[in-house]
Design a protein around this ligand. Structure first.
Ligand code: ADP
Length: 396
């Protein structure tokens, strides 16, 4: 069957049409600047990208344009919309209500809306996308796949913060974690690829992209993860600070005369390796280039990033009481050998040995530890769209 995978942001929408039998991507692209002016990028498999500027006042027009492009006589990937058999929607926050993907119904959507408080920028956009698809394809079954669901197996000792318990009871303030679709996909695939029995395995997944998070996965279930109530916690990221002393917020607010929104803006958009590199870039390609040409701020940013990853890996070795495999994924994890090297340097005591030549390659699934390494280290490219497609097929 063909599954349309939709990932709606507040002013953008990414999509892929996937044949679930062959797992081939038939077409993919994105809509940008929804509600501003509107631009559709469409790419049929094996063809060049096409870009069309057209007004998209809401997500409904954007999705209509995607559907029109998919069935376009000349460049379409399918002959008619009857060939879209299901839609899989990425939903950011499922709170404690969703520990797995769910078929989209009115009750399910009401439960998602109850989680809006927890992700005020993302969940409403996800719901708008679902509503638009329901209007345009009323008879097609749809499934919601949550970023938070995989992490719902964490025990209370991992998800509770050291705050008054009433905030958990009243507002559900706790660790949720994100990138769950990727952590689930990569941990399963790593076990398979490395010949481990997932039901008896200890795997640490480092999802290092612009947003970055780590998870500890025991016997196929998440037991801890670095992002928290929101994606701001944990690693130093592209532009997000990750963990800081919470008292810095008041200190900076006073010094810089900022309100809460102003401080949050700094922590989300001006920090991370971008802020550390004095705004050189949030992109690791630029930072590596900067470091190689002697930019000390870029070099520091890289060091801080890698050191934080290593500290989290170390703490998850403790959480798991051991580790069988470490898997690196996402833009940085898949491509930046230097990051993998700097992280693994901290684990000589565990008997981790990297194969420098394997680590210098990029692309496919690959083992980058030596045969005599006590812990297997691998690069496993993530594929969140394929994971959403598989979840959707399983439920419809
Ligand atoms: P997201 O989905 O969070 O936007 P990605 O997983 O696509 O992030 O990762 C994007 C990041 O990956 C870029 O910002 C860049 O830092 C890094 N990246 C991509 N390609 C390379 C590369 N060839 N070498 C080093 N870093 C890379």
């Amino acid at each position: 069957m063909n599954v349309l995978v939709i990932n709606c942001g507040s002013s953008s929408l990414k999509y892929q049409l996937i044949n679930s039998d062959s797992e081939e991507v038939l077409a993919k692209g994105l809509c940008e600047r929804i509600g501003i002016d509107g631009r559709l990028v469409y790419q049929k498999a094996g063809c060049d990208k096409e870009t069309t500027e057209a007004p998209m006042p809401t997500h409904k027009e954007a999705i209509q344009m995607v559907l029109d492009a998919l069935v376009n006589e000349k460049t379409g990937a399918i002959a008619s919309l009857a060939e879209v058999n299901a839609v899989g929607h990425r939903i950011v926050h499922g709170g404690e209500k969703f520990a797995s993907s769910a078929v989209i119904t009115d009750e399910m959507m009401a439960a998602v809306a109850e989680c809006n408080d927890l992700a005020p920028l993302h969940n409403p956009a996800n719901l708008i996308g679902i509503n638009a698809c329901k209007e345009l394809m009323p008879d097609v079954p749809m499934v919601g796949v949550f970023d938070t669901a995989f992490h719902q197996t964490m025990p209370a000792k991992a998800y509770l913060y050291g705050l008054p318990y009433e905030y958990y009871e009243k507002y559900k303030v706790r660790r949720y974690g994100f990138h769950g679709t990727s952590h689930s996909f990569v941990s399963k695939h790593a076990a398979e690829f490395l010949g481990l029995d997932i039901n008896h395995s200890k795997i640490i997944v480092c999802h290092l992209g612009n947003g970055a998070s780590i998870s500890a996965v025991k016997d196929g279930k998440c037991v801890d993860t670095s992002m928290g109530l929101t994606p701001l916690e944990g690693l130093v990221m592209g532009t997000r600070s990750g963990d800081i002393d919470p008292a810095i917020m008041e200190f900076l607010a006073k010094k810089e005369n900022l309100d809460i929104a102003g401080v949050m803006n700094v922590l989300n958009k001006k920090s991370g390796v971008y802020g550390l590199s004095k705004e050189l870039s949030s992109d690791f390609r630029d930072l590596e280039e900067g470091m190689n040409s002697g930019n000390e701020y870029a070099a520091n940013a890289l060091e801080v990033f890698c050191y934080r990853v290593a500290k989290y890996v170390g703490s998850y070795v403790a959480a798991l009481n051991g580790v069988d495999a470490i898997a690196f994924t996402a833009g940085i994890g898949e491509n930046a050998g230097i990051v993998r090297e700097k992280v693994c340097e901290h684990f000589g005591y565990l008997g981790i040995k990297l194969d420098a030549e394997a680590n210098s390659k990029r692309g496919e699934d690959m083992v980058i530890s030596t045969p005599d390494s006590n812990v297997k280290v691998a690069v496993i490219p993530t594929n969140e769209e394929l994971a959403i497609c598989r979840e959707t097929v399983a439920l419809v």
